[in-house]
Design a protein around this ligand. Structure first.
Ligand code: HEC
Length: 147
């Protein structure tokens, strides 16, 4: 490498690093909001935004066999606050640290996956539920209303 190509290469490297750190600091600014701001996974409404909460309420029928829409625990957790930072109402002694029973983040995509596949956690077994994408969006919009 001749002397001047080495200089240009060095200059490009500096510009590249400057751009990288600029991106990094933007990302930091986005995540450091007021304390009440939801974690990024919970704030993503891309599924519920396509849904209708009124239709979703009707679709909740089969879920009601095991879940209340308030803070009372039945077979499964009370689903009030499912999309709050604290999460749904778990029985005494169970703590998932804000994650789903399968250890994944409580994003809408992961909640939808949990509802479709079901699974066993420390509370018990939830059977799989076969919903279309539209039904899932409606149900998710309804679950978002549970506070
Ligand atoms: C036969 C009982 C049963 C039915 C029906 C059922 N669930 Fe569940 N569900 C459970 C149990 C039990 C758990 C807890 C699993 C664990 O943590 O061990 C659970 C967990 C969940 C969770 C995870 C909560 C958390 O910890 O973050 C969600 C969300 C959920 N159910 C939604 C639904 C929805 C929506 C429906 C209807 C489409 C439904 N469930 C139907 C039994 C049921």
């Amino acid at each position: 490498m001749t002397h001047w190509t080495a200089k240009i290469f060095g200059l490009l490297l500096i510009v590249f690093i400057a751009l990288l750190s600029a991106c990094g600091s933007n990302r930091n600014n986005a995540s450091s909001g007021p304390a009440t701001e939801l974690p990024a996974a919970l704030a993503d409404t891309s599924i519920s935004a396509q849904g209708d909460a009124t239709r979703g309420k009707d679709l909740f029928g089969p879920c009601a066999a095991c879940h209340t829409t308030n803070r009372e625990v039945l077979v499964g957790p009370g689903l009030a606050g499912l999309f709050s930072a604290k999460g749904p109402v778990l029985p005494k002694g169970v703590d998932y640290n804000g994650l789903l029973p399968n250890g994944k983040e409580r994003s809408e995509a992961n909640v939808a996956e949990w509802i479709r596949t079901g699974g066993t956690g420390r509370i018990g077994y939830m059977p799989p539920h076969n919903l279309t994408d539209q039904e899932m969006a409606d149900l998710m919009a309804y679950l978002r209303t549970l506070k």
